[in-house]
Design a protein around this ligand. Structure first.
Ligand code: ACM
Ligand code: ZN
Length: 561
């Protein structure tokens, strides 16, 4: 179609009074368009029930920032006044079936009404309401002369999955409290509710543990950014020029509170028994060999391993978990468990003595012994253990949940365990988004374009319906070996996390690639208003499109982590 025909069609559509389908990401479960629109003006009132006041304040603050008026919540005289020019947020008369995160939103020329059984649902209703407004509503400055119109619409919405996650690795590269909070805001916009904070790994220990001060004094720092990257790519240096950083326990409390206000639960990850070089640089006595370990090795092949034959190791981990657990009110603590080379344990007399004493067959069963013992500690501290696929090796601990990155999710579900799906081929956002590597920032390898991410189906093929409720949901993983700063992280995350948000929230039958990319054109304007450094999907020419949609070229294997 030529542009003149398209332009005249658009004029006809506009003149006919039919609004375009609102571009909401993730797509709601049910949406019916009505006639006319609601106009936000300086006189619009925000009215809430007592329980929903805070959610009303969130809405008021965002509207005020871009539309410029001070929208007071429950202003004098609002109670009992006629419902005109009102935004009403309430838990009264909500459809109970919508669940803790569902909501109902109806917009008419007189009012926008959001009803939800709980505050998380109301908050998500507010996110949808904001996306019904022009994208400039996400501006951080007042936008003058804009018609703040909301099309008449009725939406009923609830998420498909309860775990809609994003993991950030802050060990390989460090991200500040402000950057993490910014990411939490970006997650909330996409109705993501679980932030998996990968706090420890070989290259850095990032959480203050008061009983073991050297964990951050030594374990949080390394000589340089490493990974062959330019030292200028990051600003995370201390005054001695060491690379790194850590969060104090007060920082953690602040971030947990910030997340909770956005209905996001934080799952901390404390890696064990492998990926522990940073911890062992500080306390080598908990390794098999006694060290020495360098803080923050970035070579990629070496992983420090805790000694499974030494009871003092478990005492140390119990002490660490005793400080971690009360900081995180969510249900889960992630204990890693991935990629444990077993040769260190093979060569260790203490580990071999443990294998004999416990009647274990081999080092795989020693890994299982380790995880089961840690599960008791996690439980004693009031949490449930979750770990990567490898915690299935040698037998899964009794109440553990599995985070499937290389398989095992279906197996876990069939044996009555919960699982979260994060397969490398769809959910690892550190991979390339285009075959045109020359024009792309450094990635770890692979090729995971937007369309591939959007095609992800979290329920494993062949998993019988009775086991499917054990699949809690899915998660985007952002490993940061080659992501030295936040702007680069945003580029890797967006828009792929927008696609995953729809995978995790929207009904399977509502998912449509063409619709999604059309909505994304509007959504990109929102991200631009918010200053997010997203990778542009729209506005690409045919040659650029072919590059991101063509099959993967032969690519080097992913780097070992
Ligand atoms: C992982 O990517 N090693 C969980
Ligand atoms: Zn050992």
């Amino acid at each position: 179609m030529n542009t003149i025909i398209i332009a005249s069609l658009l004029t006809m559509i506009a003149a006919s009074g039919f609004a375009a389908v609102p571009a909401i990401i993730p797509a709601p479960q049910k949406m019916e368009l009505g006639k006319g629109s609601f106009l936000l003006t300086a006189k619009t009132r925000i009215v809430t029930d007592a329980a929903s006041r805070q959610t009303g304040e969130v809405l008021a603050a965002r509207l005020a920032q871009a539309a410029g008026s001070a929208f007071s919540v429950n202003p004098e005289g609002a109670a009992g006044a006629a419902i005109t020019n009102t935004m009403l947020l309430t838990t009264t008369d909500a459809i109970a079936d919508l669940g803790a995160e569902g909501y109902e939103l109806s917009a008419s020329p007189d009012a926008v009404v959001i009803r939800a059984p709980g505050q998380a649902g109301l908050f998500y209703g507010v996110q949808t309401l904001l996306q019904l407004l022009p994208p400039e509503i996400f501006s951080s400055n007042v936008v003058r002369g804009k018609e703040w119109e909301i099309p008449a619409v009725r939406i009923e919405d609830r998420p498909r999955f309860q775990w809609r996650g994003l993991m950030l690795d802050v060990s390989r590269h460090f991200f500040t409290v402000g950057e993490v909070e910014r990411l939490l805001d970006e997650m909330a916009l996409h109705k993501l509710n679980t932030f998996h904070w990968h706090l420890t790994d070989d290259q850095g220990w990032r959480i203050e543990i008061k009983k073991y001060p050297k964990l951050v004094q030594i374990g949080a720092w390394r000589p340089g950014t490493g990974f062959g990257l330019s030292p200028q790519a990051s600003t995370a240096y201390d005054t001695d020029g060491r690379y790194g950083g850590f969060y104090t326990q007060d920082d953690i409390r602040q971030v947990v509170k910030y997340a909770a206000a956005r209905h996001i639960t934080i799952v901390p990850e404390i890696e064990m028994p492998g990926h522990a070089s940073a911890a062992l640089a500080a306390y080598p006595e908990f390794s098999c060999t006694g060290g020495p370990f360098e803080p923050g090795m970035t070579g990629g092949v070496f992983h420090g391993i805790y000694c499974a034959g030494n009871d003092a190791t478990f005492k140390f981990l119990d002490d660490v978990l005793a400080e971690v657990a009360p900081l995180f009110p969510g249900k889960y603590i992630h204990i890693g468990g991935d990629e444990v080379p077993k040769n260190t344990w093979k060569d260790c007399p203490k580990c071999q003595a443990r294998i004999r004493a416990e009647g274990l067959k081999n080092e795989e069963e020693l890994q299982s012994y380790f995880i089961r013992r840690v599960e008791k500690l996690v439980k004693a501290h009031g949490h449930v253990l979750i770990g990567w696929s490898e915690i299935l090796q040698g037998g899964l601990a009794e109440n553990a949940a599995v985070m499937d990155w290389i398989g095992g999710g279906a197996q876990a579900a069939r044996s009555g365990h919960d699982a979260v799906m994060t397969p490398t081929s769809y959910c690892y956002l550190d991979s390339f988004q285009s075959t045109n590597r020359v024009n792309e920032p450094r990635a770890i390898g692979g090729f995971t374009p937007l369309k591939k991410v959007y095609s992800f189906e979290p329920i494993p093929v062949g998993l019988a319906p009775e086991f499917q409720p054990h699949i809690l949901g899915a998660q985007a993983n952002v490993w940061t070996e080659y992501i030295p700063n936040f702007s680069h992280a945003e580029y890797m995350i967006f828009p792929r996390a927008c696609a995953l948000a729809e995978v995790m929230w929207s009904p399977k039958e509502a998912r449509d690639w063409e619709d999604f990319t059309r909505h994304l054109a509007t959504h990109e304007q929102r991200l631009a208003q918010l200053g997010v450094n997203f990778r542009r999907n729209n506005g690409l020419n045919a040659a650029q499109k072919a590059l991101v949609e063509s099959p993967a070229p032969p690519s080097p294997a992913r780097g070992s982590r």
